[in-house]
Ligand binder design. Structure first.
Ligand code: NDP
Length: 256
């Protein structure tokens, strides 16, 4: 591998990496040489993911923590635990997220709050905890996993769309405040990716054919499609990229 993309000796925490996109991002970062802290809400699922990845890369390089990303105290303790286990963080991927499909007229305010806290507030909470140490050391990369809903609005996911739009601007706000301390903060906005979150959409023939027609690449994205861009944004190769959100969507957001 080119030294430009070599992450050997750098520790990465990937939130929501017990499964789905986050797990593929952790795998990509591990393949590039990073020491990994896997994470989920459910400790057993995070530990199972750790055991699986450690069987490929060794126990020394693969660790796991579990905490609720919506809880300010949990986020602080979780980042401290990650650093105690794996060393100071050089890379944080804010990936944990949920979706809730209900039209705005019927949306319970408690569900609105839960989505905003999980998909937006979490990046502020975990990001700020990780960034304090990164800023002291003068180096760090934060990648916020947005969505095509950052820019578009599908009916019935209004809270998700609002959170992901906010996450793009939080990415800009973090870069505006922390770039001078040697941090790069960027976003990746995936298109429709086949995971547990989207399984019901994959199984819906009407939605499935809408996606294939709406995506110039004529396919669903895979979790691996997102890993390369995240490795690049985690590496020295992207050191002058800051506050940007890059769409990885098979061209979905460039056609009407
Ligand atoms: P999954 O539902 O497959 O996985 C979600 C992950 O987030 C799990 O590891 C889960 O942990 C964790 N998580 C959820 N809530 C919390 C919480 N409160 N505290 C801690 N961890 C939590 O999702 P995807 O892999 O599909 O999505 C990952 C990210 O990518 C999300 O931010 C999503 O919005 C975004 N995205 C997904 C797209 C897609 O098409 N799939 C498209 C665009 C963006 P646990 O296993 O313990 O529940």
């Amino acid at each position: 591998m080119s030294a430009l993309f070599d992450l050997t000796g750098r520790t990465a925490l990937v939130t929501g990496s017990s499964r789905g996109i986050g797990n593929a991002l952790a795998r990509g970062l591990a393949a590039a040489g990073a020491t990994i802290v896997l994470h989920g809400r459910d400790p057993e699922r995070a530990e199972a993911a750790r055991r699986e990845l450690a069987s490929e890369h060794g126990e020394d390089r693969i660790h796991a923590v579990a905490f609720d990303v919506t809880d300010p105290e949990g986020a602080a303790a979780g980042v401290a635990e990650a650093e105690a286990k794996a060393g100071t963080l050089r890379i944080l991927v804010n990936n944990a997220g949920i979706q809730h499909r209900v039209p705005l007229f019927d949306l319970d305010p408690a569900d609105w709050d839960r989505v905003i806290r999980t998909d937006l507030t979490s990046a502020f909470l975990v990001g700020r905890e990780a960034a304090r140490g990164m800023a002291e050391r003068g180096a760090g990369k934060i990648i916020n996993i947005c969505s095509v809903q950052t820019d578009l609005a599908r009916p019935s996911i209004g809270a998700y769309t609002s959170a992901k739009g906010g996450l793009r601007n939080l990415t800009r706000a973090m870069a505006a405040e922390w770039a001078a301390s040697g941090l790069q903060i960027n976003g990746i906005a995936p298109g429709y990716i086949h995971t547990e979150m989207t399984q019901n959409l994959v199984d819906d023939p009407e939605f499935n054919s809408w996606i294939l027609g709406r995506t110039p690449a004529r396919r669903w994205g895979t979790v691996e499609d997102i890993a390369g861009p995240v490795v690049w944004l985690s590496s020295d190769a992207s050191d002058f990229v800051n506050g940007q959100t890059i769409f990885v969507d098979g061209g979905m957001t460039v056609v009407v």
